[in-house]
Design a protein around this ligand. Structure first.
Ligand SMILES: [Fe+2]
Length: 284
């Protein structure tokens, strides 16, 4: 397995292109569509970097994988699929996210609530292949009910669950989030071997520092600032909830959620062919 790491500075997001060298097939995990919130302008620099990489290396895109519905950036899944092919997949917990948010945004006309906008919905324990690489899906809720992690050989791609040891864990205060569930998720990660490489969803480096894409289970178990091997449930939940109470709403939350529920599309065009983002007032 070859893991190629891309980082979007503006949303601090990692995208991974996982390559099976024996077949040159790849899976793209958690892509980014560039979006300027003030001008509502979409651009493609980050996604095009992935497309160039895939084409230059003559890879065949088999999977476009989401770890969850992101609240801090818009996914490029749909754009990548148009350009590269591949199946878009997401954890089946997405149905809970859709049930909550589709009525809130009143977008049922162009956003299926049954998850049929995804090519594949994974349940806990499902397996699939990237080329000859076997992948096992873990349902890893806590940050959102839809979170899925992908275990491939000695590596696990965890999305927003644990972060780098100096950061701790992802927030759990979105609808359907649960600090208790995140505790169980992380303790489950800690049953993996210490050497297991943990590929992270984000890092927020200080200016001038390099972002940290990966840690190991052993490092996290010993040094994660919020949850280590010995950490008890009550302690984690009270600290996580206290921290969440101090966090601002992510600046792209409303555009990101509604576009991401359609794989990064902005909904059915109007009679004039214009697409819109709906910002419901006083729903949060
Ligand atoms: Fe997230």
């Amino acid at each position: 397995m070859q893991v190629n790491i891309f980082h979007d500075n503006s949303t601090a997001t990692f995208t991974y292109v996982v390559v099976d060298e024996s077949t040159k097939k790849c899976g793209i995990i958690d892509s980014v569509l560039d979006y300027d919130q003030f001008s509502a302008t979409v651009s493609y620099a980050n996604a095009d970097k992935i497309i160039t990489f895939v084409k230059e290396n003559q890879l065949e895109t088999e999977w476009i994988l989401e770890t969850h519905v992101h609240a801090d950036h818009i996914t490029a899944a749909h754009y990548l699929q148009e350009q590269l092919g591949g199946k878009i997949a997401m954890g089946s917990g997405i149905k809970h996210v859709l049930e909550y948010w589709v009525p809130k945004f009143e977008v049922a006309a162009d956003t299926p609530q049954d998850g049929s906008q995804y090519d594949v919905l994974f349940d806990e324990g499902d397996t699939f292949n990237i080329g000859n690489l076997p992948v096992t899906v873990w349902h890893t809720p806590g940050h959102t009910p839809a979170c899925a992690s992908y275990l491939i050989e000695n590596s696990i791609f965890v999305g927003d669950t644990i972060f780098a040891p100096h950061l701790g864990t992802a927030r759990c205060d979105f609808p359907g989030g649960s600090a208790k569930q995140l505790f169980d998720t992380v303790k489950r990660f800690y049953t993996l071997a210490d050497e297991t490489i943990v590929y992270l969803g984000h890092d927020y480096p200080k200016p001038g520092d390099e972002p940290m894409a990966a840690t190991t289970i052993g490092e996290s178990r010993q040094h994660n600032r919020q949850i280590q091997t010995e950490t008890e449930l009550e302690e984690f939940v009270s600290k996580r909830e206290a921290r969440d109470n101090s966090l601002a709403v992510p600046k792209l939350l409303l555009p990101a959620l509604q576009a991401n529920m359609r794989n990064g599309q902005f909904g059915a065009p109007s009679d004039q062919g214009q697409q819109f983002i709906k910002i419901p007032v006083n729903v949060l």
